[in-house]
Ligand binder design. Structure first.
Ligand code: SF4
Ligand code: SF4
Length: 446
């Protein structure tokens, strides 16, 4: 945190054990499994999740999404935004305390390593206040080296979602991939060694707007002044008032005192809850710091179903239903039909009118088995169609010529609607286009 003088006041959070710390360990473990294991899982011969930016393809749960599926990206972003709104309105900064990578990595790797190498809060603080000695230097060097290794590991794990994990971790990926590993390593290293809680306080946009998403009935972590004040007794009071042990303050990674009321810097990690529980348990009282809400503290009823939670929840359900419906109807291939540039039609020596098109087909079906594609033309009476059937491997794209010839005797008008069907065993795509003739002119080349 910044002190009143504008200089950084280094935070030395004390380690803590408790119910919420244990619960958070489980969520951290789950998130680490997602981070380190997901990129290695293969479904139908493809990674379960891989965002291949150069190829503009996303491999997700056995499906391949391309640039033409951008609408799904919009839906996912909207879903993520409304999920954040919904959960924040109900449970406050659940994301910050339990799932934000900043919190997860700091709590899983950085603080334990720091405690292991430099000791707990008191030792770390005392050593930092002393002049540089051999003991202080080797511990700092060892800690920073360990942080560098952690930063490198985490950066590589993150980039594994963008480059096949096997290539990346075995050193056979391209230079661009390793450049990003280095960039992410540098960013994490800067965060771990110096920036830390300042990220939440000064940079994170969510911390800025989350207050607009909460109301008096949102679950927050708060101190109960009605029971806690006046503080400073010996815990003998029947209602268990605050004994001013400061334990809730020294464990706080944000360097704040929760007894001063709800604060923007609070990431709701619940370390202060575990701290106060450990103190008040010994005194036989209920904790003074707990999950609560402003309404609860004011003695009012708390409604879980409020207008804002109902609206956010309803939008979430609607978006999910819409997304699943679209995804279930989505075909694993793409096809486009375009007229050959520069020519609407030509008249062949035998008097037939010729329209030439280019049919581009992409197979987005994962797996080793190639898919057969058949091109069929409909809507033009007496048409002579020269089309190619094709077999495409997964992610392969091919552009095929399509020629449609019609005798002038058919007497077609200048423009006749025409359907091109691209058919596979999994379904078909129908594309509308037109057949052009000279009608009132001798040659249509233009
Ligand atoms: S006040 Fe409590 S919940 Fe908030 S950041 Fe500090 S320790 Fe975590
Ligand atoms: S841990 Fe509980 S008793 Fe101790 S200072 Fe904080 S609120 Fe008071």
């Amino acid at each position: 945190m910044l002190g009143f003088s504008g200089t950084r006041e280094w935070v030395y959070p004390q380690s803590i054990k408790g119910k919420f710390t244990t619960l958070r360990r489980w969520t951290f473990l789950a998130l680490h499994l997602i981070l380190f294991v997901t990129p290695w899982i293969v479904v139908g011969g493809q990674p379960v999740l891989l965002i291949d930016i150069p190829a503009r393809q996303v491999f997700l749960l056995g499906s391949i999404f391309t640039a033409s599926d951008s609408f799904f990206l919009l839906l996912i972003l909207l879903f993520a935004a409304f999920a954040l709104f919904f959960f924040t309105s109900l449970w406050g900064r659940l994301w910050c305390g339990y799932a934000c990578p900043q919190t997860v990595f700091l709590e899983t790797w950085i603080r334990p390593l720091e405690i292991w190498i430099e000791g707990d809060r008191v030792q770390r603080r005392r050593r930092d206040q002393q002049s540089w000695s051999f003991d202080r230097v080797w511990r700092k060097v060892a800690k920073w080296a360990a942080f560098l290794v952690v930063s490198l590991l985490l950066a590589t794990a993150i980039v594994s979602f963008f480059v096949p994990a096997r290539e990346l971790w075995t050193g056979s990926a391209g230079g661009v991939a390793y450049s990003f590993v280095l960039i992410f390593t540098a960013l994490w290293y800067l965060d771990f060694t110096w920036f830390r809680e300042q990220f939440c306080n000064f940079l994170c946009p969510y911390a800025r707007f989350q207050s607009a998403l909460t109301d008096d009935e949102t679950l927050l972590i708060g101190y109960d002044p009605a029971r806690g004040e006046p503080r400073g007794g010996k815990g003998a009071a029947a209602d268990g008032r605050c004994i001013a042990c400061n334990k809730c303050v020294v464990v706080c990674p944000q360097g704040i005192d929760i007894r001063n009321g709800f604060q923007l810097e609070c990431i709701q990690c619940a370390r202060c809850v575990d701290a106060c529980v450990s103190v008040m348990d010994k005194l036989g009282h209920r904790t003074l710091v707990e999950y609560t809400s402003m309404a609860e503290q004011a003695g009012k009823n708390v409604r879980r179903f409020r207008p804002r939670t109902v609206v956010y929840g309803g939008l979430l359900v609607a978006l999910a239903a819409f997304g699943f419906t679209l995804a279930s109807q989505r075909l694993p291939f793409e096809a486009t039909v375009n007229r050959v540039p520069g020519s609407l039609f030509t008249v062949d020596p035998d008097g037939f009118i010729r329209n030439t098109y280019l049919v581009q087909i992409t197979n987005n079906k994962p797996g080793e088995t190639p898919v057969d594609f058949e091109v069929i033309v409909e809507g033009i009476p007496g048409a002579e169609v020269i089309a190619q059937d094709v077999q495409l491997a997964s992610t392969e794209t091919r552009t095929l010529p399509l020629i449609v010839r019609v005798s002038q005797d058919q007497g077609l008008g200048r423009t006749t609607p025409m359907q091109v069907r691209v058919v596979t065993p999994d379904g078909e795509i129908g594309i509308s286009t037109t057949f052009k003739t000279g009608a009132d002119v001798d040659s249509g080349t233009d």
